[in-house]
Design a protein around this ligand. Structure first.
Ligand code: ZN
Length: 265
């Protein structure tokens, strides 16, 4: 089985893939979160991996991120579209809007976040973690679909699975963060270590701990409800983005991310 592009997201996206081949991938980092489907989408070989398992049983801090990215890399994947729900920390970033991240700050702990912890020392650049080329394609796709979106977003990635306190939410707002999520790290960083382009697509579902006193703080039921409401749009956006991507002709720097990053002895 081979694929050029992969989509990581909720199991609700399985339905994008008719007549697919499937694989329960296992590698030196363990088993992938769930069954990987590979099918043709918009004329391209696209894999789908449910981040939280086939039946959503894996919490954010226990997702086998390394096994997942290793499995996609072994399939030959060059580009990943990582979809997720995000909370907004910024009043003009509204529930139902799409967000394409350009920066993150890692606030998780205890996650295996590198492939380079054995024989070689590698310091991969993470200054610009998201693929500019893919973000541009996402922006063009959203314009064609007339979607409400934001093409810049600084994301705080927290460990979860609990939601934020009001104090934590305020701290992030005061420091200029736009959104908050529990799964982008280390997924995007590991993709970079494999020289895979990564696009983070967030669906805003809530206002975290409530824009500090102005709105009711987030609940999981509310996240689920808003995400489900936007599922049809998300599927349409993924198809449009896949249609616009050309994995064979990528000229972005992601494909050379390890150049000059290894310590030579
Ligand atoms: Zn790229």
């Amino acid at each position: 089985m081979e694929a050029d592009i992969a989509v990581i997201g909720g199991s609700g996206l399985y339905s994008l893939f008719d007549k697919h081949e499937s694989l329960d991938a296992k590698n030196k980092y363990g088993s992938a979160s769930g069954t990987i489907s590979v099918a043709e989408l918009e004329g391209k070989r696209v894999a789908f991996l449910p981040r939280h398992g086939n039946k959503h049983t894996i919490p954010p801090h226990k997702v086998p991120y390394r096994a997942n990215i290793q499995a996609l890399s072994e399939l030959g994947v060059k580009m990943i579209i990582g979809t997720c729900a995000v909370g907004s920390l910024y009043s003009s970033y509204k529930p139902g809007d799409f967000v394409f991240f350009d920066q993150f700050a890692n606030m998780t702990c205890g996650r295996d976040d590198t492939f380079f912890d054995e024989d070689e020392v590698v310091h991969v650049s993470m200054a610009y973690p998201y693929c500019d080329y893919m973000r541009r394609v996402a922006e063009e796709s959203s314009n064609r679909m007339n979607l409400s979106y934001h093409n810049t977003s600084t994301l705080a990635v927290v460990n979860g699975p609990r939601f934020s306190t009001v104090a934590e939410s305020k701290l992030l707002m005061d420091n200029g963060f736009h959104c908050i999520n529990m799964t982008q790290y280390p997924e995007v960083a590991l993709a970079r270590e494999k020289q895979i382009c990564y696009l983070g697509v967030g669906v805003i579902t809530d206002y975290d701990a409530g824009l500090v006193g102005k709105i009711i703080p987030v609940s999981f039921d509310e996240v689920n409800r808003v995400f489900a409401e936007n599922m049809v749009k998300l599927k349409g956006l993924i198809k449009e983005i896949v249609s616009g991507l050309n994995p064979e002709k990528r000229t972005c720097s992601c494909r050379n991310a390890l150049d000059g990053a290894k310590v030579n002895v």
